[in-house]
Every structure is written in structure tokens, then in C-alpha cells.
Design a protein around this ligand. Structure first.
Ligand SMILES: Cc1cc2nc3c(=O)[nH]c(=O)nc-3n(C[C@H](O)[C@H](O)[C@H](O)COP(=O)(O)OP(=O)(O)OC[C@H]3O[C@@H](n4cnc5c(N)ncnc54)[C@H](O)[C@@H]3O)c2cc1C
Length: 262
């Protein structure tokens, strides 16, 4: 790993200021993706700006219409939160299924969304739950935020300062884990809102998270084997695309049945 300078920010504005003063800087949240990427030489930032000590960027609040989660809130805290368990149990379950206890103790929701790994869990929850990513510059709807393979609508130096999630009537997540890392070979999140609004989001199967419209219609009509055809399906050493598609269908049924029985 190359040398770099570490900066600890105490406010979001302070983090922005440090960023603007240095070339080749990166924000650091839990470091669960950033540090391994640096160790492998995939990226070589000269400055790391640590967001994890900024009090305003942490914690979970219920704002009646939506849940507000600070980007540096750790996976384990989302999983254990009474607020999340009560309002969006599918999201608490999703957080409890990420990686292993060490990853959940360090990794953060903001880092996961900003990274947008095609096999990460949070993007599925965020897309199904009509998330809004509030940044230091603007508000970005989840529908516009995830732009493809490890890419998001975030601009250079833009910081997520809050994640707002709509509260559904019901929610469920089902996942098939890649056995070595715990990442999703396939993951399906279903959120049911008033007026028969259903959102189904899929991770692990395509080049990035996507909404599965056939499954949304299938949920409404009680048919639990929706079609899934895309031109960006993932096939790799862990599983061919046919397996992932089949698994997504199985997981959709599992999550749908969970919603119907609870
Ligand atoms: C062994 C292992 C197993 C894992 N298993 C899973 C799994 O099963 N499911 C899963 O979903 N994930 C998994 N992960 C990833 C884990 O969830 C990480 O938390 C996630 O990748 C993000 O890392 P982080 O929160 O530590 O952020 P960091 O690594 O610190 O940052 C990630 C990226 O986001 C940027 N960033 C961070 N915060 C912000 C912000 N507020 N605004 C703008 N940009 C920001 C950083 O600059 C960096 O580019 C695993 C990781 C490991 C190491």
C-alpha cells in the first residue's frame, strides 16, 4: 500500500473543505471496501478524509413519513435498531445478512451505497424503499442514483449526508449468499406501499441493482414465477447467469410468501 495522509473531519463542511484543499483525496467511512482496494493497488489516494467521527452523519431517526439514516451508521446498528425493526423489518434483516460480524461492525450504509457493488445488499433495499440520497449539494432519488457497475450519480467530492427511506406497509428481503464472502449471488427486496404500489429490487444478478417490473406485476396477480430477462446478467466463477436468474425467482417467491404470512 502506498503512503497517504489521514485527515479526521469533525463536520461535513470540514470534510468538504479538506477535500477541496487536496488533490487525489477520498472519503473514508468504514474502510471495508476502500482499504482492501488500496491494499490491492486498485486505487491509490494521497489523502483519506475520515467521515466516521462526524456526529451529524451517524444514527437513525423516525421522521414519521420516512426513516432518516446517517451514512456512517454501521450495518450492525441498522440490524439492531428498534426503529428499523419496527418500521422496515426487511431492512433490519438485510443489514443482519451482510458479510460477517467484523464487516457489520465496521461497514456503513453510506459507504455501501456510494460503492454500489453489483452484489451488495443495501442497493436493493434503497431502490425498493424509494430512498433519497441527500448530499452536500442536492437530493438524488434511488431511481437516478445507481447508474451501473460500481457507479453512482455522485460527482467528484460529493458527500452523502443522509439517507431517507420511505416506510412501507410491509417489506421483506431474501438472499442467497456467495459462501466465501457473504455477498449476494442473488438478493430480492420487496416493499409494499399503500394503493397497491409494489417495488421489487434485485441485486447480484445484473451489472447493478435494478427494479424487477415483471415481479412487481406478478406480486399483484399472485403469480410467483415472474420472467427475468436482461442483457447485463452476471456469470462468473461463483455462478452462471442461469443459476442467478433461477435463484432470483426462488428468492422472490420466498420474500413474497414472507410478506403474505406476516
Ligand atoms: C469480507 C467482506 C464481506 C462483505 N460482504 C458483504 C455482503 O455480504 N454484502 C454487502 O452488501 N457488502 C459486503 N461487504 C462490503 C461492506 O458492506 C462495506 O461496508 C461496503 O462495501 C462499504 O464499505 P464502508 O462502509 O466500509 O465504506 P468505505 O470502504 O470507507 O468507502 C466505500 C466507498 O464509498 C465512498 N464513501 C463512503 N462514505 C461516503 C459518503 N458518505 N459520501 C460519499 N462517498 C462515500 C468512499 O470514498 C469509497 O469510495 C463485504 C466486505 C468485506 C470486506
Amino acid at each position: 500500500m502506498n503512503t497517504f495522509q489521514y485527515h479526521s473531519a469533525n463536520r461535513a463542511t470540514n470534510a468538504k473543505e479538506i477535500f477541496s484543499q487536496h488533490e487525489n483525496a477520498k472519503f473514508l467511512s468504514g474502510g471495508m471496501t476502500l482499504l482492501p482496494s488500496m491494499k490491492h493497488g486498485l486505487i491509490q489516494p494521497d489523502h483519506l478524509i475520515d467521515l466516521s467521527r462526524i456526529p451529524d452523519l451517524q444514527g437513525i431517526k423516525d421522521n414519521h413519513e420516512f426513516l432518516s439514516i446517517g451514512p456512517t451508521t454501521k450495518h450492525k446498528d441498522v440490524a439492531a435498531s428498534d426503529i428499523v425493526q419496527r418500521s422496515i423489518p426487511g431492512l433490519a434483516y438485510l443489514a443482519s445478512q451482510i458479510g460477517d460480524p467484523q464487516v457489520r461492525a465496521r461497514g456503513t450504509i453510506g459507504g455501501s451505497l456510494a460503492n454500489n457493488d453489483p452484489a451488495a445488499d443495501y442497493p436493493a433495499g434503497a431502490l425498493a424503499l424509494k430512498a433519497k440520497m441527500i448530499t452536500d449539494r442536492r437530493e438524488i432519488a434511488a431511481d437516478d442514483f445507481f447508474t451501473g457497475f460500481y457507479s453512482t450519480a455522485l460527482e467528484e467530492g460529493e458527500v452523502i449526508t443522509e439517507i431517507q427511506l420511505a416506510k412501507p406497509l410491509k417489506s421483506a428481503y431474501a438472499k442467497c449468499k456467495q459462501s466465501a464472502s457473504g455477498y449476494a449471488l442473488a438478493g430480492v427486496f420487496i416493499a409494499v406501499f399503500p394503493n397497491q404500489e409494489i417495488r421489487v429490487a434485485v441485486t447480484g444478478v445484473g451489472a447493478g441493482v435494478f427494479r424487477w417490473t415483471e415481479a412487481e406485476q406478478a406480486f399483484l396477480s399472485g403469480q410467483f414465477k415472474p420472467d427475468l430477462q436482461r442483457d447485463d446478467l452476471i456469470s462468473d466463477l461463483h455462478a452462471p447467469s442461469e443459476y442467478r436468474v433461477n435463484m432470483a425467482q426462488v428468492l422472490f417467491k420466498k420474500a413474497a410468501q414472507h410478506i403474505q404470512n406476516n
